[in-house]
Design a protein. Structure first.
Length: 186
């Protein structure tokens, strides 16, 4: 039997709470076929619930102890006709090494377009078109936005749409101030 600490037992009880019984033991009791099924279930799931039919409390306790002894599993919980059993899966070195290896090659991910450009010998990146006109996507052939044109220096000589005047922060010329002091009434 595998010994569990109280914290491990508590965590396993919480994990087992939502499980349904995997093996049902009938009136015939523990037969070799039932033990084989319990062993198969515990190999694939690690943590299982077993339901044992029968009204004899001592027989259920004896079956619980014999299952744990023969299959080398840890007894987690035994409430009424339900038994919770735990045995950690054996670590296979080949499976652990395969899990560490990645299927994807190391490095940045390459798109089909990048791979095609690499195969043809063309430089990867955006194609160079006419300045001020979009050259790719749904809006190809349309004029570029103002922010693109400003960054390219195309709108440098044009006048601004904002009217000339005082800066926004100057409130001396306004008739009504933005902030009115509160007057105390006595």
């Amino acid at each position: 039997m595998t010994a569990l600490s109280p914290l491990e037992r508590k965590a396993l009880k919480a994990r087992a709470h939502h499980l349904n019984p995997v093996v049902l033991i009938g009136d015939a009791g523990l037969t070799p076929a039932v033990m084989r099924e319990i062993d198969l279930a515990i190999k694939s799931h690690e943590l299982i619930k077993v339901r044992m039919m029968g009204d004899d409390r001592d027989a259920r306790t004896a079956a619980y102890e014999s299952i744990c002894g023969e299959l080398h599993c840890a007894p987690v919980q035994h409430i009424g006709k339900l038994m919770v059993l735990y045995r950690p899966k054996p670590v296979d070195p080949a499976a652990a090494a395969a899990a560490l290896r990645s299927r994807r090659p190391a490095g940045p991910r390459r798109t089909k377009k990048q791979l095609a450009q690499q195969a043809t010998g063309k430089p990867a990146g955006k194609s160079v078109g006419r300045p001020g006109v979009r050259s790719a996507g749904k809006s190809a052939g349309r004029p570029a936005s103002k922010s693109v044109l400003k960054s390219a220096g195309k709108l440098a000589g044009r006048p601004s749409r904002k009217p000339a005047g005082r800066p926004f922060g100057d409130t001396a010329s306004r008739a009504t101030p933005l902030f009115r002091p509160r007057i105390k009434r006595t």
